[in-house]
Design a protein around this ligand. Structure first.
Ligand SMILES: Nc1ncnc2c1ncn2[C@@H]1O[C@H](COP(=O)(O)OP(=O)(O)OP(=O)(O)O)[C@@H](O)[C@H]1O
Ligand SMILES: [Mg+2]
Length: 229
């Protein structure tokens, strides 16, 4: 579904991603793990077209998206939940979700989004900025899903969220994958969440993939070691 070949990304003269190679299959959930500053957000931003690739290729199916603008990638089926959620604080919950609808010309929020996130239905008239962190995260995911993506990118969705809500988020994301049949790439530092949700775990260190394991064969001790300073 998504393939990344020799992706290099720099900020000015400083190269941050040094030629990443990986693929994500349809229906697959891949966790990209790594400590602070290792390049997770840079990877997400480059997949989304917020930061340009210096070289390499990004494809959705057979279609190359490497040079496309962010909105063109959204139309091709890539959706993004940024680190820190970045919902629109002064807009209502419903208005926030509606910003995602324009991609396909939809007018009203599909009921299944409120079914996935009942709390958003309850609060649909409330301003986004007045929701709790966990509720804002659900809102950011609902907004991304409103664009009907094939590939959903989530950058550290568990950051600042309590353990019980993290477990619920894992369940909801698996349900979304099962019901909507999309691929998910999630960057994470919380190992328990990644083990709970991922079909495959990649560990990124200083802009390179240094370790990869599939579900059922995840070397937890090794991944934990790579995540500890
Ligand atoms: N806009 C920028 N300009 C220059 N350097 C940047 C910029 N954004 C990030 N970097 C650098 O790129 C490297 C990777 O940062 P990135 O934000 O991708 O890490 P991360 O893995 O997402 O970290 P965290 O877990 O803290 O969110 C870091 O060394 C960071 O300082
Ligand atoms: Mg980050």
């Amino acid at each position: 579904m998504l393939s990344v070949n020799q992706l290099r990304v720099s900020y000015g003269e400083s190269e941050v991603l040094h030629g990443l190679d990986f693929t994500v299959a349809p229906n697959e959930i891949v966790a990209v793990m790594g400590r602070n500053g290792m390049g997770k957000t840079t990877l997400m931003k480059s997949l989304m077209g917020i930061v340009p690739a210096r070289s390499g290729a990004i494809r959705i199916g057979d279609s190359e998206i490497t040079g496309l603008k962010s909105y063109e990638r959204v139309a091709k089926g890539v959706a993004y939940v940024p680190q820190g959620r970045m919902i629109f604080p002064t807009m209502t919950v419903q208005e926030n979700i509606e910003t995602g609808l324009s991609v396909h010309g939809g007018r009203s929020v599909p009921g299944d989004l409120y079914e996935l996130f009942p709390v958003l239905l309850e609060m649909k008239g409330r301003r986004g900025g007045n929701l709790s962190g966990g509720q804002q995260q659900q809102l950011a995911i609902a907004r991304a899903l409103a664009t009907k993506p094939k590939v959903l990118l989530l950058d550290e969705p568990t950051e600042g969220i309590q353990p019980s809500i993290i477990r619920e988020m894992a369940r909801t994301l698996r349900r979304i994958r099962d019901e909507k049949g999309l691929s998910i790439i999630v960057s994470e530092q919380v190992l328990s969440f990644a083990l709970d949700i991922a079909d495959r775990v990649l560990v990124i260190e200083n802009g390179e993939i240094v370790h990869e394991d599939s579900r059922g064969a995840i070397d937890e001790a090794k991944v934990a070691r790579l995540l500890s300073v």
